[in-house]
Design a protein around this ligand. Structure first.
Ligand SMILES: *[C@@H]1O[C@H](CO)[C@@H](O)[C@H](O)[C@H]1NC(C)=O
Ligand SMILES: *[C@@H]1O[C@H](CO)[C@@H](O)[C@H](O)[C@H]1NC(C)=O
Ligand SMILES: *[C@@H]1O[C@H](CO)[C@@H](O)[C@H](O)[C@H]1NC(C)=O
Ligand SMILES: *[C@@H]1O[C@H](CO)[C@@H](O)[C@H](O)[C@H]1NC(C)=O
Ligand SMILES: *[C@@H]1O[C@H](CO)[C@@H](O)[C@H](O)[C@H]1NC(C)=O
Ligand SMILES: *[C@@H]1O[C@H](CO)[C@@H](O)[C@H](O)[C@H]1NC(C)=O
Ligand SMILES: *[C@@H]1O[C@H](CO)[C@@H](O)[C@H](O)[C@H]1NC(C)=O
Ligand SMILES: *[C@@H]1O[C@H](CO)[C@@H](O)[C@H](O)[C@H]1NC(C)=O
Ligand SMILES: *[C@@H]1O[C@H](CO)[C@@H](O)[C@H](O)[C@H]1NC(C)=O
Length: 355
């Protein structure tokens, strides 16, 4: 029996790393801070440790201890209803993964998360209402792979996500394929180090993004097919040691004007942006590190590139060859040659028509 408990603990750890295979009927096990002596698992305090609550039975068992402060990490997997929880403070990470609920319940008294809030792969989750009193997340907010999530507009009290200097954490919203808007974080005044928005094709704008002036170390905008502008990011400043910027795989984005506050950029990646026609926003930025500009068919206005010394520019403005490696790019000649040619062709057509 004791061996089974130990095995359950091990299996639970594995369940946690998969996409949410649920072992079910497992007992609450503490995988850290539990002492194993002579094959006996003892959890000194049910409100501490690193616990994996796998299934509704586990959740109800855990709830019966009425923990209001939990010292450690909690992972909740395969649960249909969290309404029996009584948590107010979690000193570590709260991870909600592969659950079957459509709404967050039981966490309306939660005020503080000492590390991360991770909401991953909850297929039926529609919104994040239910975090009514959550004010501080110390490390980062990660919302990933929730395929029916429509809005994150539910964390009305959230004031800050502090990030952490050791980790690139902040606001990470990835592969929420049905999400329509990122509005909902507008009150926060601190967003951590990273903004990572990816794989959310139905988000049509970035309205509702926090408007406080904030420094960020890393901005990634990737596979965001619906956005035409990043203007709502205009209060972002670069990190003191420079911000990493990646703008990739967009379809409608025309310029990056909202990012003109990034005066110091390290490593700039701009590729596969079908409609991007201007990166003039970076014209006064000090860009250092690698610069990779590839596959931006509409980017012909190179105003802003003159400072990007050493940029590797390929497949841009319909010009397949590497335009610039290791030198300052001088686009004026090629663009003016192109327009001269078009005027000349236009003139020829006119002559033919007049005949
Ligand atoms: C998790 O799900 C993703 C997408 O649904 C899939 O690509 C990945 O292989 C899955 N991982 C595991 C461990 O099953
Ligand atoms: C969980 O417990 C129920 C009732 O005791 C049982 O029918 C079911 O097979 C168990 N599931 C697993 C995965 O052990
Ligand atoms: C759990 O263990 C860690 C280090 O292993 C220790 O810092 C922490 O105080 C322990 N927590 C409890 C509640 O015993
Ligand atoms: C573990 O078992 C050994 C030998 O049976 C015994 O001497 C020792 O006291 C036990 N330790 C605990 C913590 O029960
Ligand atoms: C919770 O589960 C543990 C382990 O199975 C058990 O010892 C304990 O009695 C259960 N607590 C309640 C309140 O059901
Ligand atoms: C919580 O998880 C983090 C890693 O995510 C780990 O460093 C920390 O020790 C865990 N806390 C406890 C109490 O196990
Ligand atoms: C909450 O706990 C009570 C008492 O333990 C139990 O009867 C009830 O079914 C639980 N609620 C849910 C949604 O599981
Ligand atoms: C920036 O964030 C992306 C996505 O999380 C990550 O892959 C990359 O390593 C980060 N770069 C830095 C410099 O932190
Ligand atoms: C420039 O980018 C192209 C296309 O991605 C790549 O094949 C090439 O290796 C890069 N060259 C350098 C010097 O980084």
């Amino acid at each position: 029996m004791n061996l089974i408990l130990v095995l359950a603990a091990i299996l639970n750890v594995y369940a946690d790393t998969s996409n949410g295979t649920i072992s079910g009927n497992s007992t609450i096990t503490t995988s850290s801070n539990a002492t194993i002596s002579n094959s006996t698992v003892t959890a000194p305090n049910p409100c501490s440790g690193s616990i994996i609550i796998a299934g509704q039975t586990d959740l109800n068992n855990f709830s019966s201890y009425h923990c209001s402060t939990f010292d450690g990490n909690i992972t909740i997997i395969g649960v249909s209803d969290m309404s029996n929880l009584t948590l107010q403070t979690i000193t570590g990470t709260l991870k909600l993964q592969a659950n079957t609920f459509s709404a967050i319940t039981g966490l309306s008294q939660l005020q503080y998360i000492g590390k991360e809030l991770i909401i991953d792969n909850n297929a039926q989750l529609l919104n994040l209402f239910g975090f009514d009193n959550l004010r501080i997340i110390n490390y980062g907010l990660t919302v990933t792979n929730n395929r029916n999530l429509i809005t994150i507009n539910g964390m009305l009290s959230l004031q800050s996500i502090l990030g952490n200097s050791e980790y690139s954490l902040g606001v990470i919203l990835v592969n929420n394929v049905d999400l329509r808007s990122i509005a909902g974080l507008s009150k926060i005044t601190s967003i951590g180090n990273t903004i990572y928005l990816s794989g959310m094709p139905l988000v049509s704008n970035l309205l509702g993004f926090p408007q406080a002036v904030m420094r960020v170390r890393n901005i990634t905008i990737d596979n965001m097919y619906g956005i035409g502008t990043v203007d709502p990011l205009s209060n972002l400043l670069s990190d003191l040691s420079g911000t990493t910027v990646s703008i990739t795989n967009t379809k409608l984005l025309q310029n990056v004007d909202g990012l003109s506050g990034l005066s110091s950029i390290v490593n700039l990646n701009i590729y596969k942006n079908a409609a991007l026609s201007s990166i003039a926003a970076f014209s006064s930025s000090n860009v250092k590190g690698s610069i990779h500009i590839d596959d931006n068919g509409a980017l012909c206005d190179f105003n802003g590139l003159d400072k990007l010394t050493g940029a590797n520019i390929t497949n841009t403005c319909g010009i397949p060859t590497v335009l610039n490696q290791g030198t300052v790019f001088q686009p004026a000649a090629s663009t003016s040659v192109r327009s001269t040619i078009s005027i000349f062709i236009g003139f020829l057509i006119l002559l033919v028509l007049m005949k």
